[in-house]
Structure formats: C-alpha cells, structure tokens
Design a protein around this ligand. Structure first.
Ligand code: SF4
Ligand code: MG
Length: 279
C-alpha cells in the first residue's frame, strides 16, 4: 500500500474562488495541477507558476505557491529567465491559445528550441474567451461563432504540437479537460522530465464554444510508446491529429544554458501513485 502523501492536492488551493464560468475546462487543469504537485511532492515555496493574460492565465492566483500573472504572451520569457536565475525552483508556465500562439507565438517557438528545464501548459479552447469570444490562432477555419468573423476566420488553425515538434521541443503531450486525471498524470511526468515539456490541453470554453462539448466523442488515447526523433515523420503526422491525447513525443537532449548541469532523467511515471490518478 502506498504511503499517504505528505501534502494533499487541496493544500495547494489558495482559497481564492475562481471566477471562471461554470463548466469551463480550466477547472480541470487547476485540479490536475494540485494533484500532480502533490504526487511530485512540490514544495510550495519552491514552485512558481507564471502566466500571461487571459481566462486561463488567472490560474496562478488559485494556487498557493509563488506566481506571476504577467504580460500578454510573455509568460514563457519570464518563466525561462526565472529558471535560469533560480534553477532550484520548479517553474510552470501556463496560458491560453491566444496568449501563447498569437502574441506569444515567437516565445513559444524559441522556448521549444532553447530547452530550458520548465513545463509549459497551453490551455487551448480555440477562442479568446476573456475578451468575449473572438477567433484565436487555433480556431477552426470555418468557425462562425464570432460576430467579428461571421464567415469563419478563413485561415488555417495553428497546430501547437506540430509547431512544438518542428521547433525542437523534447517532450510533447496532449490532455483533455474532460479527463483531469490524465492531465494530472501527464503533468507529473512533465515535471519529472529534464527539459522543456509542452503539455497541450484541449480545455473547453463552454460559454463561447458550446460545441466543444462534442470533443468528448472525438478525443482518443495515444496508447503507444511516445515517439522519438527516429520517427519524427510519424510524430509530425500524429501531432496534426489534434484530438489524440497522451504522451506523444519524448526525446531528451542537452539543456540550455550550456553550463546547466545535466538534470537527472527521472523517468518518473509515478506508477506507485497510480491510484491518485484513476478516472
Ligand atoms: Fe472559461 Fe470561456 Fe468562461 Fe473564459 S469565457 S472562463 S474560457 S468558459
Ligand atoms: Mg483561448
């Protein structure tokens, strides 16, 4: 039988009530963060959540750790700088699709290729929720839900996992807000991975994209071993299947800055804590 966790998921809750709409997918990510943090035994004083701007970027206020609710699209820049200055901290950057892939797209690509040892959670609902439902970089080309683009945005959506792969990210996974335990499991692995880990979460916006409740019928688990550099073509193909969830790609490589001591590749799957992550 497992030893009880020294710190419980609820201990990471700040007590501030989230102001997200009832049914918002971001609640699942919040709960998953507390579960993964407890499973990994993250000390609150040694953990920092850094966000940009948007509905999802409010999340650091809801966790009882250090946090930085920063500038639109710049969470990754702050998070990388913090980790380089304080490599002893666990640094988690997070935000939404508008924040991370539009104004923050440049930072995203360069964070992937730089490989500073942080985790980035992108909570993707294919819409700018906080500013009342405009098309975002990941909105479907024919999405007609916004009055600003009544015929759809008319441009191809950004493919976050494929972009991460092409930019050199060494660890890529996808979760779904309808399965918070899967997000927690993936996040625990991301935190244990020695390098930049990108967790793309399909996190539904129930208010501006009610059709996203259909995702439940579309998402499928990726049940194979994570892909690696040897099968990058297959990985790219997989990354373009935006509804395949699980650990998609894993290929450790040297960290940045170059004098960073090699982090232990914990390969922490947390099997002994599997019960914490059951559906
Ligand atoms: Fe969540 Fe959408 Fe409401 Fe924002 S607008 S809190 S993303 S449901
Ligand atoms: Mg969004």
């Amino acid at each position: 039988m497992n030893e009880p966790l020294a710190i419980k998921p609820r201990d990471y809750k700040s007590g501030i009530k989230p102001i997200w709409c009832p049914g918002c997918g971001h609640f699942s990510v919040l709960n998953a963060i507390t579960k993964a943090a407890a499973a990994c035994g993250l000390a609150k004083d040694d953990t920092v959540l850094v966000s940009g701007i948007g509905c999802s970027s409010r999340l650091p206020a809801y966790i009882d750790s250090y946090g930085f609710h920063g500038v639109h699209g710049r969470g990754l820049a702050v998070a990388q700088g913090l980790k380089v200055a304080r490599p002893d901290l666990a640094v988690i950057a997070l935000g939404g699709d508008g924040d991370g892939f539009s104004i923050g797209g440049n930072h995203f690509m360069h964070a992937c290729r730089r490989n500073v040892n942080i985790t980035y959670i992108a909570m993707d609902n294919e819409v700018y929720g906080m500013t009342k439902g405009q098309a975002s970089p990941t909105s479907p080309q024919d999405w007609t839900g916004s009055k600003l683009t009544p015929h759809g945005p008319g441009v191809r959506p950004f493919k976050p996992a494929a972009m991460a792969l092409a930019s050199g990210a060494p660890w890529i996974a996808r979760g779904y807000s309808g399965n918070p335990n899967q997000i927690a499991r993936l996040l625990a692995q991301a935190l244990a991975f020695p390098g930049f880990s990108f967790l793309h979460v399909l996190s539904q916006c129930i208010t501006f994209c009610p059709e996203q409740t259909d995702w439940k019928a579309i998402v499928t688990d990726f049940e194979e071993e994570p892909l690696s550099r040897a099968d990058e073509a297959a990985a790219l193909f997989l990354s373009e299947d935006g509804f395949k969830t699980g650990l998609l790609y894993r290929e450790p490589r040297p960290l940045w800055p170059p004098d960073t001591p090699p982090a232990e590749d914990a390969k922490l799957v947390l099997d002994d804590l599997a019960a914490e992550f059951q559906r």
